[in-house]
Design a protein around this ligand. Sequence first.
Ligand code: 15L
Length: 269
Amino acid sequence: MKRVLLTGAAGGIGRRLRALLKPVYTELRCSDIKPPPDLMPDESFIAADLARIEEVERAVAGAEGIIHLGGHSGEGSWETILNANIIGCYNLFEAARRQGVKRVVFASSNHAVGFYPRHQRIGVDVTVRPDSRYGVSKAFGEALGALYADKYGLGVLCLRIGNVADQPVDLRRLSIWLKPEDLVQLVRIGLEHPDLRFEIFYGASFNERAWWDNSRAYAYGYRPTGRAEDFRDTALAAQAQLAPDPIGDFFQGGPFCSDEYDGDPPQAV
Ligand code: 15L
């Protein structure tokens, strides 16, 4: 696998992945709605608005694999989520099918299951419990990925990404942190593992406080190198500066759960 398209190349995760993937995929093509400000002369870039399928198809043409990070990466208005993450995600999978792409790695999110309480350990087989319109769009993307795998034979890996950063920055992130190099490992499994058809993995490093059973990823050879507890003291010191959030502190999705929350106080079951 050489010809790989990276959507969302101008975003936070996209910027990190571009640097880390350059030596791996020598024909990496980057895409976003606008060129990343730090685009290097040796990087290949094609602009595409995900809501316009003809632009997406142009970007996808010739690619063997796609890493789909593109779209809106947090909660947004329905219109924003609809265009970037619902229509945009459909356009991406449909363009991949039309252009004969072999593999798609879809950046899903922990927010597809954010309304599970923190005391519950979950695998990838639970019912989705999105914590936001954004989370719903990620559950939609996972469903679309399953359809394109089962019906059209595309190889699809959905990564329910926790939080990609150099280190975990608060208590919640001690459970969901993903070291950028570990994300590269996961992406490479999605693009290159010969047995992969459709899978969902959690995008998390080796975190002793994890809420997620990531055994499917381990079965495909994932061996994370990041250990959140190595940063425990700084993460807990940062947490001590934050105001308590009785809803967000109860659920896995954190502030995505407390944002617009209008239900009863959560009860531990
Ligand atoms: C996400 O899915 C977001 O894209 C990111 O900005 C973080 O908010 C992350 O989840 C998180 O849960 O920390």
